[in-house]
Design a protein around this ligand. Structure first.
Ligand code: FE
Length: 183
């Protein structure tokens, strides 16, 4: 109700037109996890691009013609020693420009509180078993900084092209709650 009241007020005061609102919503809903998975597949495939992703995700995304938005996004890379996962403990901050709308579970109080306290158990519930010797690092997103997870490239995928690598990835791989196929 508050959102609707605000929308009516903004239109009434001439701050935005209904058409501008509609176009904004249309652009928002056209964003899709495929944007983020394409960025990760290219980083896997192209070491120079990977270096730019490590440096500045937003700039690297714009190279691909994507609109990552103005809030800085940092790529956190899984290694043999560390598994990364993202959350917003305060609300639901999320790299929407690269992954589209966040899933309901990401916004749930249960995920937000539990993934910090017992990440290994939460990942297990997603079907992701992280060995005891691998540390799970939880990144708390904010209004000023968002994250995407770059999982490790599965072994034996050296000959795959970028589209085939994209097919191994999903939205949840980039949130960090699951692993690429073949991992
Ligand atoms: Fe938030």
């Amino acid at each position: 109700l508050m959102a609707q009241a605000l929308e009516e007020l903004l239109v009434e005061k001439g701050v935005v037109t209904p058409d501008q609102l509609r176009r904004g919503l249309e652009e928002q809903s056209s964003r899709h996890p495929a944007n983020g998975t394409r960025l990760v597949a290219k980083a896997w495939k192209d070491p120079a691009f990977d270096a730019r992703v490590r440096e500045d995700v937003n700039a690297a995304a714009r190279e691909l013609g994507l609109n990552p938005g103005d809030i800085p996004i940092r790529a956190v890379y899984d290694t043999d020693a560390e598994k990364n996962v993202i959350v917003c403990t305060l609300c639901s901050c999320y790299p929407t420009g690269l992954l589209g709308e966040s899933p309901d579970w990401y916004k749930s109080r249960a995920y937000r509180s539990r993934v910090v306290r017992e990440p290994r158990a939460v990942l297990q519930e997603f079907g992701t078993r992280v060995p005891e010797e691998v540390e799970i690092v939880v990144h708390d997103s904010t209004a000023e900084l968002r994250y995407i997870v770059v999982p490790q490239r599965p072994a034996g995928t050296e000959s795959l092209n970028e589209d085939q690598l994209v097919a191994l990835l999903s939205r949840d791989c980039l949130i960090g709650t699951t692993l690429p196929q073949g991992t």
